[in-house]
Design a protein around this ligand. Structure first.
Ligand code: AHM
Ligand code: MG
Length: 355
């Protein structure tokens, strides 16, 4: 009698990503709302990609492009689809002055009539592409800079090639057992889980901080024969091979950076893709992958290094530049730097010239 209407029922999180972004904007009285709207657009693109990802097997968009579907339409591969969705979501809003995608060699200009945009959007539309066809987790990565060149004109290479320390925001989306969006505007790291029944990202992981001590290390062991002495010694140290008093870290490696990074962010540990004999600068891209994840790592109390120092301090030289990556709990990453200093001096000296 009347009681049922006032009794507390257990509700799911009602903190949508829109509400969260808006609340963060509210803490900055001078904010124009442009960044807020750009983040909304990113969240919407993520929902569209998530929808296609879960339909991919059925819709036959895993394999080759250039196949026709039953409607006589051209089928797109998932990575091409993701790339186009993100571009088309942002090419006309007046918020973005230039974009760059890992899928394209050159900058993606914005038509003059949609200028001036105040932000630069850099993205890796579908990272971990070797995992697409085998139904393992993949991800999307976003990095946002402020336009630094003067005037209302188009964004240029100078606007895109900024150090990670200048990032305004970074985000990633993981398409796993559920879809999650994790973002930071420099005020902590916040994770949202997509509730597909209502089509909303709901706050599930507020204020993520990397736990210590770290539980996992993640590296492609198949490349052991190409590793430098420093990396061999460091991985042996992670395995506590020569130390009976210490327990080894567990090894987990998916081969999909977002999935490996996300797990280690929640559980603690280190992810590394080092330079080796075959890949003198490692594999991962500085602007599309390393910088945004280093930004998020730093906001979560972790640290990202190229083996010499903070990835966020590196000034990119070109759009698709590669960089060795060590990310995770600070004490583990600093231990990696120590092993490189001790065993790989010659390599470090050579690398430092290109750095
Ligand atoms: P991609 O951009 O071609 O997908 O490559 C990047 C991916 C990362 O997600 C992952 O960390 C790495 O490549 C794995 O590489 P490997 O298979 O050499 O271990
Ligand atoms: Mg990639």
């Amino acid at each position: 009698r009347g009681e049922s209407s006032t009794a507390m029922v257990s509700l799911p999180s009602l903190f949508t990503i829109e509400r969260h972004i808006l609340a963060q904007q509210g803490q900055h009285p001078g904010a124009t709302g442009r960044l807020t709207n750009l983040l909304y657009d990113i969240a919407l693109a993520a929902k569209l990609i998530a929808r296609e990802t879960t339909r991919a097997g059925i819709a036959n968009i895993l394999g080759a492009t250039s196949a026709e579907n039953v409607h006589g339409e051209m089928q797109q591969k998932l990575d091409v689809y993701a790339d186009q969705v993100i571009f088309r979501m942002n090419d006309h809003t007046g918020r973005v002055c230039v974009m760059a995608s890992e899928e394209h060699d050159d900058l993606l200009p914005i038509p003059a009539h949609h200028q001036p945009g105040y932000y630069v959007l850099i993205y890796d539309p579908l990272d971990g592409s070797s995992n697409i066809d085998v139904n393992a987790s993949i991800g999307t990565i976003f990095a946002i800079h402020r336009k630094i060149t003067p005037g209302d004109g188009r964004g240029t290479m100078e606007d895109v090639l900024q150090p990670g320390s200048k990032l305004v925001a970074a985000a990633y989306v993981i398409y796993g057992s559920s879809t999650m969006l994790v973002y930071s505007t420099g005020e902590g790291v916040h994770g949202f889980t997509l509730d597909p029944s209502v089509g909303e990202f709901l706050l599930s992981h507020p204020n993520i901080q990397v736990p210590s001590p770290g539980q996992y290390y993640s590296v492609n062991h198949g490349r052991h024969k190409y590793w430098s002495p420093g990396i061999r010694h460091f991985v042996a140290w992670l395995q506590a091979l020569e130390d009976n008093d210490r327990s080894p870290l567990e090894n987990r490696y998916i081969g999909s950076m977002i999935a490996d990074f996300h797990r280690n962010l929640l559980r603690g540990g280190i992810f590394l893709y080092p330079a080796d004999e075959r890949r003198p600068d490692g594999k991962l891209r500085l602007t599309y992958e390393a910088q945004p994840l280093a930004f998020i790592a730093a906001q979560a109390g972790a640290y990202a290094s190229d083996g010499i120092g903070d990835i966020l301090d590196l000034q990119p030289r070109d759009l698709h530049q590669r960089v060795p990556v060590f990310m995770g709990n600070r004490e583990l990453v600093e231990q990696a730097e120590w092993f490189l200093q001790r065993y790989d001096r010659d390599w470090l000296a050579e690398y430092a010239k290109r750095r």
